[in-house]
Write a new protein. Structure first.
Ligand code: SF4
Length: 429
């Protein structure tokens, strides 16, 4: 039986895409083996969100070839779509497959036979491309279900629209069906993923319609919404989550900057007042909801004054954690050619400052939740105990290791030290 191995870089969406490609290989009789072991084919699903992600992909491609000199190496994903020329020059890369071709590997590559030159199957994605359904969750207790792909926005720093194309959404009935299958396969939690899921639109259906159907028509015990742009996170969505059966009180809302001038430079579609208003509305409906924010530091034009405004703004907001990224120049973006870049060491020190602020926010959030009841899905065993997440995304530890609980939901009391006091099994949230 032929063998195939996979390596995925980047976001949850990419992991979901890899899941769909894995299914295709399995259906064709391939055995999936761990990356690094001998395999006939290796598929690397790349990311291109930063220069570092590109570098890592090149390194993984070389590693795949070294581990398997006779094996056939395919690179797909965002980096493959954006820079097929660069990838084709790497010794050992046999094929580069683009975004539109990712779910048609067996169609676009006639055989997996190594040749003198690299096969390139990358088409232009300026025209609309079909939605590629995907869900992942092989080795996880949480499954990622892709409901939307691509983006119609043009943020100055971002290459995703170039790499993944325009926004497109999955059929709502098919989403409900996939969620039912994931529940039947034993996943306690399903994370709805997409590039910009607030743009979800399928016929007359918008995001709120899909959320309502999933809550009503499936038996999935927990849903999470991966991330929604602040200008697309409506009161209706927040209010729905507050009263829903299975949607977790957890919102991830990209902020990127807390300074209006920089938000303008970034071509973001909101300003800080709108962001603060969204956070206030969530807090008024769900006082203990988790609220996460992405922030980019060192965007071109970001002076000390702009950065300080961002820091003070975040300090004033009741958010629970931050994901902080240093700005990375991406070829072909407006920001890469801005000409007033911030020095790398300044980006680094701003990152450090905001990560320290994130740790303070997480500690206060844990304090706020200490002594309260919640439920946890135990995800993995570690150091003689278990680790898992509460409904509002607090990572808790269970002191006793009981592997039969992995993937199960347990009722607990949240400890301020991050340790759970178990109250017994829970069948519903
Ligand atoms: S909303 Fe902006 S940052 Fe997010 S994927 Fe679209 S263009 Fe990129």
């Amino acid at each position: 039986m032929p063998t195939v191995s996979f390596y995925t870089l980047g976001c949850r969406l990419n992991f979901a895409d890899t899941g769909a490609v894995q299914d295709e290989f399995s259906e064709r009789g391939y055995t999936i083996v761990p990356f690094g072991q001998a395999s006939d084919v290796t598929v690397i699903n790349s990311c291109s969100v930063t220069e570092e992600a590109d570098r890592k992909c090149r390194q993984i491609a070389r590693r795949a070839h070294r581990a398997n000199p006779a094996g056939f190496v395919i690179v797909t994903g965002c980096y493959a779509q954006l820079r097929p020329d660069q990838l084709s020059e790497i010794d050992g890369v046999d094929a580069v497959v683009g975004t539109a071709e990712k779910f048609r590997i067996f169609e676009v590559l006639p055989s997996f036979t190594r040749g003198a030159t690299t096969q390139i199957a990358v088409s232009c994605i300026d025209e609309p491309i079909p939605f590629g359904p995907a869900a992942s969750g092989r080795e996880r207790t949480r499954a990622f279900l892709k409901i939307q792909d691509g983006c119609d926005y043009q943020c100055a720093f971002c290459t995703i629209p170039q790499a993944r194309g325009a926004s497109r959404s999955h059929d709502p009935s098919a989403i409900v069906e996939q969620a039912k299958q994931l529940a039947a396969a034993g996943f306690a939690e399903v994370v709805l993923s997409g590039v910009n899921i607030g743009l979800y639109q399928h016929g007359d259906y918008t995001l709120i319609d899909v959320l309502r159907r999933l809550d009503r028509e499936t038996s999935v015990q927990r849903f999470r919404i991966s991330s929604v742009e602040p200008n697309l996170l409506t009161d209706e969505i927040v209010d729905f989550v507050a009263g829903s059966r299975a949607f977790m009180r957890h919102f991830h809302i990209p902020l990127q900057s807390g300074d209006d001038e920089i938000l303008g430079r970034m071509r973001r579609r909101y300003r800080r007042d709108l962001y603060a208003d969204r956070v206030a509305h969530i807090r008024s409906r769900l006082p203990t909801a988790a609220i996460g924010a992405d922030v980019i530091v060192g965007h071109p034009g970001e002076s000390d004054k702009h950065f300080e405004a961002t820091r003070q703004f975040i300090r004033s907001l009741p958010v629970s954690y931050l994901h902080v990224f240093p700005f990375s120049e991406r070829r072909g973006t407006v920001a890469a050619n801005a000409g007033d870049g911030v020095a790398p060491e300044v980006r680094k020190s701003r990152c450090k400052a905001l990560r320290a602020l994130s740790a303070e926010k997480a500690a206060s959030f844990l304090q706020l939740n200490g002594g309260r009841r919640s439920t946890v899905v135990w995800e993995e065993g570690r150091d003689g105990g278990l680790l898992g997440y509460t409904e509002n995304f607090i990572r808790l530890r269970r002191a006793e290791l009981d592997e039969s609980l992995i993937g199960q939901i347990e009722r607990v009391v949240v400890g301020v030290d991050g340790v759970a006091t178990p109250l017994g099994a829970a069948t519903t949230v």
